[in-house]
Design a protein around this ligand. Sequence first.
Ligand SMILES: C[S@@+](CC[C@H](N)C(=O)[O-])C[C@H]1O[C@@H](n2cnc3c(N)ncnc32)[C@H](O)[C@@H]1O
Length: 230
Amino acid sequence: MTEFDKFKDVYHGEINSAIGFSGKDQNYFTKVKAGYLIDLLDKYFPHTAELRVLDVGCGHGDIHAQLNSIAPRIALTGVDVAESVIADAKAMHPQNLYLAYDGNRLPFESNSFDAAFAICVMHHVPPAQWLNFLREMKRVVRTDGLVVIFEHNPLNPVTRRIVDTCPLDENAVLLPAGNLQALMRQADLSDVKKSFIIFTPFGNKLFKLFDRAMFWMPLGAQYYVRGRKA
Ligand SMILES: C[S@@+](CC[C@H](N)C(=O)[O-])C[C@H]1O[C@@H](n2cnc3c(N)ncnc32)[C@H](O)[C@@H]1O
């Protein structure tokens, strides 16, 4: 049984209690990331009618409801090491495919997906396995495919406070965005770029524009790094 199998029934409550001071819940921040992900998929694959997208460490599939409803051209597959959590995801989103795996080798042929993403997963993966984690994501996407990693930004003091107080993050090892960029290049991904996100907990149009304009400033609560398979 993995860490997140044990947390399965308290997972959402613990997160919401850790971020409650922001006035927003987990659903809000998940929606923000869904927006960024859809922007990236639209930018990199404007003409692909059906996009095969893999969510590595998908947990309960919290972002899948958003992606399924806003972007019907995305065919989603989710994998996770926590078997009971994957069973929940299956029950909640029967239209998607979910599989448990060993956390080492993704259970897919090479070149199976257009894109693969992982949201707040790598800080739960032991650092010695980070490079393999990225190489596996690269392996399963096709040539020109996209790999996107969303992570907590250790340079943001509010993020650090949340991670320090949330029981789910007891064993978390945060990765600075620059280190992740270097690892993605080591995994032989090309065109590797980072963007900092979530500078405020406000979601109106003006703050959305502000968030996107500030991508270069290393103080957002989270960030994403994307790279392509050449
Ligand atoms: C904080 S949760 C994030 C879940 C989901 N990505 C989300 O944003 O709602 C971290 C997830 O990573 C999973 N995980 C940990 N190590 C993993 C690995 N090596 N491969 C895949 N998933 C892993 C955990 O089981 C857990 O479900």
